[in-house]
Design a protein around this ligand. Structure first.
Ligand SMILES: Nc1nc2c(ncn2[C@@H]2O[C@H](COP(=O)(O)OP(=O)(O)OP(=O)(O)O)[C@@H](O)[C@H]2O)c(=O)[nH]1
Ligand SMILES: [Mg+2]
Length: 179
């Protein structure tokens, strides 16, 4: 009985799932992390290095690393990759000009050995902005349907109101146990 309990506990209870939150500077990564943690909008400044927080969703523990997205910091994203189970890629849906850079970064990550088992959640953030791209437009531009070797999901959201964030987390929890 004790052994069975211990096994179940290790499967569903205490195990921590590593998540990296990436995306270009100003996409809203830090805002999303603290919405997850506190259900409120915090005042942010550009992240130099990273923030890390434990987020618990229905008894599932995620260790979330929010990594600075400025150009000079992107080359060190790979130092966070080992043992990552989920990549949360945050896109600023109003930033049409830089979506091509996000695309390059996405495919660079997917090709990285340390991320070969990672599932990808794409947040199409800032949906409150007038004239923003829809999740469908972003999906088409990023050619997400061509990704066959990683589970992926795109979710539109607004980090300021929190809209869409829970649905993203629900997709992540639904993936646990699948693999
Ligand atoms: N309108 C709007 N603004 C948002 C939203 N999410 C974040 N922001 C704002 O966008 C700005 C940048 O947000 P951050 O969370 O600091 O961005 P970041 O991705 O962590 O940026 P770096 O740390 O530089 O990589 C802040 O002024 C946020 O308030 C959103 O959904 N809508
Ligand atoms: Mg930040």
């Amino acid at each position: 009985m004790g052994v069975i309990f211990a096994k179940l506990w290790s499967l569903f209870g205490s195990q921590e799932h590593k998540v990296i939150i990436v995306g270009l500077d100003n996409a809203g990564k830090t805002t999303i992390l603290y919405q997850f943690l506190m259900n409120e909008v915090v005042h942010t400044s550009p992240t130099i290095g990273s923030n890390v927080e434990e987020i618990v969703v229905k008894n599932t523990h995620f260790l979330m690393w929010d990594i600075g997205g400025q150009e000079s910091l992107r080359s060190s994203w790979n130092t966070y990759y080992s043992n990552t189970e989920f990549i949360i890629l945050v896109v600023d849906s109003i930033d049409r000009e830089r979506l091509s850079i996000t695309k390059e970064e996405l495919y660079r990550m997917l090709a990285h050995e340390d991320l070969r088992k990672a599932a990808v959640l794409i947040f199409a953030n800032k949906q409150d902005m007038k004239g923003c791209m829809t999740a469908a437009e972003i999906s088409t531009y990023l050619t997400l349907s061509s990704i066959k070797d990683h589970p992926w999901h795109i979710q539109s959201c607004c980090a300021l109101t929190g809209e869409g964030l829970c649905q993203g987390l629900e997709w992540m929890t639904s993936r646990i146990g699948v693999r």
